[in-house]
Design a protein around this ligand. Structure first.
Ligand code: ADP
Ligand code: MG
Length: 399
């Protein structure tokens, strides 16, 4: 866990040296290739500024989208380089259209102290996702030391996240990576109690290991989202047309038996015939879901009692929306959780949001600044919460 970070590197160690920095610039693009959300680019800037301030020559690697191991203009990082330039107006930022080539190598050698170059998408390279040792060695030629700030990609053992780290020394965590790990590790290992976790989202299947890992650590695990319906089904309740995973009902039964009173399911549900019928949405008790309706959000009583639990907690960890928050009025439960967490932060609690859609919800409500931490890595944060090692972190130099 205790890995070196960029903060540990002095100007003497950094000046004149090429810092090969793996960032997560995997930003969402619209159909015209325009960046619709630059949060991930902004999130890397503190690390880049620290390196530049201390005189390093910064070489950036990132993936974008899923180009399947060959160049695909749709997924070029060129627009990202343009955005990065706008975000670092006082710095010298350039872009090179290839990655592990002589051209790229020369560009890194031509850098002067404090200059920044972004290389092309690592997933244009066949060996990236297979963690090809030759590619890892090739990438290591692009820098003199390694910084991994791509928390969102740390759960994947790829050539640019894991392989390359073995060939450069030191290999350190960036500021974003360090912050992500500190919050998640802190919640799991030294949470202030009461420790309340809230889990929701569409599927129970991807989150069973998280439930297993969190149950022994939390004081209460509050369930929402469509995930609740699979538990209802396991309890023999009518769930109507709600989203359910029939092949997970047995597992849900077992979880309910083991969990005791710490696993809490919604008492009531907001139901409607379908997503377009928001106007006729109504609240019903959980044993009163009509056969021709679907649960699309937690009900108001549940939202209130979950909010109370959150307000009395010292540590709150949230993953997965409570309902179909993208389509009002089914955003109410998710909003209630986000509002309660924002207030809890104000009262001194540590509040952490993990998961791509939950983070998007919190952003959409304008409440991200009111959380202690909003994770930039959905998959990586889930794997961390499951107790799995993150290969991109494991490969870094011990303190
Ligand atoms: P995260 O990305 O935060 O981990 P998930 O990907 O697991 O979250 O789930 C998010 C999705 O779950 C959202 O698109 C939301 O619309 C959906 N969802 C939540 N509750 C329900 C529900 N009751 N019925 C159908 N979909 C739901
Ligand atoms: Mg998601």
């Amino acid at each position: 866990m205790a890995k070196l970070t960029v903060r540990d590197l002095t100007a003497e160690q950094l000046r004149g040296r090429r810092a090969l920095v793996r960032v997560d610039f995997n930003v969402p693009l619209d159909e015209h290739g325009h960046i619709t959300d630059d949060t991930r680019i902004r999130a890397a800037i503190p690390t880049l500024e620290l390196l530049v301030e201390r005189g390093a020559r910064v070489v950036l690697l990132s993936h974008l989208g899923r180009p399947k191991g060959k160049p695909d203009a749709k997924y070029s990082l060129e627009p990202v380089a343009r955005r990065l330039k706008e975000l670092m107006p006082r710095r010298d930022v350039s872009f090179v259209e290839s990655t592990d080539t002589d051209e790229a190598q020369k560009a890194t050698m031509a850098l002067t102290d404090g200059q920044v170059v972004l290389l092309e998408n690592t997933r244009f390279l066949g060996g990236e996702e297979s963690n090809d040792p030759r590619l890892a060695r090739g990438l290591a030629q692009l820098g003199d030391l390694y910084v991994n700030d791509a928390f969102g990609a740390a759960h994947r053992a790829h050539a640019s996240t894991e392989g390359v780290a073995h060939h450069l020394s030191p290999a350190v965590a960036g500021l974003l990576m360090d912050r992500e790990l500190a919050y998640l590790h802190g919640a799991l290992e030294q949470p202030g109690h009461p420790f309340v976790a809230i889990l929701g989202g569409s599927k129970i299947s991807g989150k069973i290991d998280v439930i297993d890992a969190l149950l022994p650590k939390v004081d209460a695990l509050l369930v929402g989202g469509a995930m609740a319906c699979t538990f209802y089904k396991a309890m023999g309740l009518e769930i109507g047309k709600s989203l359910v995973e029939p092949d997970r009902v047995e597992m849900a039964k077992e979880l309910l038996e083991q969990a005791g009173t710490r696993l809490i399911l919604p008492h009531d549900a907001t139901v409607a015939a379908d997503l377009k019928s928001g106007a006729s949405a109504r609240a019903v008790p959980r044993d009163g879901i009509p056969a021709d309706m679907a649960m699309l959000d937690i009900g108001p009583r549940t939202a209130e009692s979950y909010a109370r639990a959150i307000l009395s907690a010292r540590t709150v960890l949230w993953n997965g929306p409570m309902g179909v928050f993208e389509t009002p009025p089914f955003d109410k439960g998710t909003r209630a959780i986000a509002d309660a967490m924002a207030s809890a932060t104000g009262r001194g609690a540590t509040t952490i949001v993990g998961g791509g859609d939950s983070a998007a919800a919190v952003e959409q409500f304008g409440l991200a600044p009111k959380m202690s931490h909003v994770s930039t890595g959905g998959g990586a944060s889930l794997e961390f919460l499951e107790g799995k090692a993150l290969p991109g972190v494991d490969a870094l130099t011990e303190r």
